[in-house]
Design a protein around this ligand. Structure first.
Ligand code: ATP
Length: 193
């Protein structure tokens, strides 16, 4: 089964594009959402997080996101410890999910497909792009975020130009071209290969 990785900077519209693929019957694995679920529900993963970051990582069984974010924010070492715990758990979960799928191809949505190197594990990569200012406006409208907040969240991601060099396909979501025909075109390609 072909695995198509789909990514894009914050507010680019990758989830919106995935919803269109879903309408076409393509199964989508939302890696970031799933990681958050597993961090709360997967006992082994939880135990590992507590062993590395202490009991404060959870409050009454709920993930203490503020605490964990503060732990990893200024420490590359701690971030890599957390990723080293979470990524293998998500990879296993994805493999189990994949075994149950019967379509021609599946999508794996991830915010940092290129930054994390995960693009090397997918068969095809798709990058959703839109200009930074438009992405900021979309995030502000969607999350009620401030411009500073949106910019701060963008800062940890690679530029679109850097990602575009590695991407197999690009979906342009700047509003000048409709997204649905572009998705249909890719769907035809991915279904026939
Ligand atoms: P994040 O990384 O923050 O999860 P994302 O890349 O998944 O973002 P979406 O959530 O799909 O982005 O889109 C951001 C917002 O912009 C959403 O509210 C979505 O409805 C809106 N949006 C996306 N594409 C378009 C478009 N072509 N026209 C109008 N609004 C759009």
């Amino acid at each position: 089964m072909k695995v198509v990785g789909i990514t894009g900077g914050i507010g680019s519209g990758k989830t919106t594009a995935c919803k269109v693929f879903e309408q076409l019957g393509v199964p989508v694995y939302y890696a970031d959402n799933r990681a958050k679920e597993l961090m709360v529900n997967d006992k082994v993963l939880k135990d590992r997080i507590v062993a590395a970051f202490g009991d404060e990582a959870y409050i009454n069984g709920r993930l203490n996101r503020a605490y964990l974010a503060a732990q990893v924010f200024n420490s590359k070492e701690k971030l890599s410890v957390l990723n080293g715990i979470v990524h293998p758990a998500v990879a296993d979960d994805f493999d189990q999910w994949l075994e149950q799928q019967t379509s021609d191809y599946v999508l794996k949505e991830a915010a940092i497909l290129f930054e994390s190197g995960a693009y090397q594990d997918v068969d095809i990569s798709v990058l959703v792009i839109a200009p930074e200012q438009l992405r900021i406006e979309r995030v502000m409208a969607r999350d009620g975020a401030s411009e500073e907040d949106a910019l701060r969240r963008m800062k940890n991601q690679w530029t679109q130009e850097r990602k575009a060099k590695l991407a197999d396909h690009i979906l342009n979501n700047d509003g000048s071209e409709l997204l649905i025909p572009q998705v249909l075109e890719l769907h035809r390609k991915f279904s026939s290969k």
